[in-house]
Design a protein around this ligand. Structure first.
Ligand code: CA2
Length: 149
């Protein structure tokens, strides 16, 4: 069985590389997704990439992923700090999720210091830019492989 991973990006991340490069870097979402697709291929895994500005759409994708994904790389954007609904979806699906943030949320405004997602995620990576997604992918593939044997 091929290992399948979902990459989920939340609100405003479609603007990556176009605005605020000082905080979020110059890499576009398309660049980030295609680099991660290549990495997944090299690791013998399949990566499906989705981005939405809508909470309900993100929840629907999490529900669907229950039937096919072995792990989820999730940057919930600002919903990180507010969304009980996304936290409930992760808990209800039992998916293995790594929460990723491009910026270090603990070095920023106080309202970004709390994550609703962290308690239901397997782990969290914050502040490493696009490299955070790459590390999350590696960790999820390794975990899925260890569960195959
Ligand atoms: O650091 C991250 O990855 C965040 O999840 C990004 C969210 C922010 O609300 C979180 O606190 C931390 C915001 C995403 C906004 O993305 C933009 C990208 C380019 C230009 C403007 C916004």
């Amino acid at each position: 069985m091929n290992i399948k991973i979902l990459l989920l990006n939340g609100p405003n991340l479609n603007l990556l590389g176009e605005r605020e490069p000082g905080i979020y870097g110059a890499t576009t979402l398309a660049d980030l997704e295609s680099a991660l697709q290549s990495q997944a291929h090299a690791l013998g895994a399949e990566l499906s990439c989705q981005q939405s500005n809508h909470e309900g759409q993100l929840i629907d994708w999490l529900h669907e992923a229950r039937s096919w994904a072995q792990g989820v790389i999730f940057n919930p954007g600002a919903y990180t700090h507010t969304s009980i609904a996304l936290a409930d979806a992760i808990k209800a699906t039992g998916l293995t999720v790594i929460e990723v943030h491009l910026s270090n949320i603990y070095q920023r405004e106080a309202f970004r210091h709390h994550s609703m997602i962290a308690p239901v995620a397997w782990g969290q990576i914050s502040g490493l830019g696009p490299e955070g997604y790459a590390l999350a992918l590696r960790a999820l593939v390794k975990r899925a492989e260890s569960q195959l044997v």
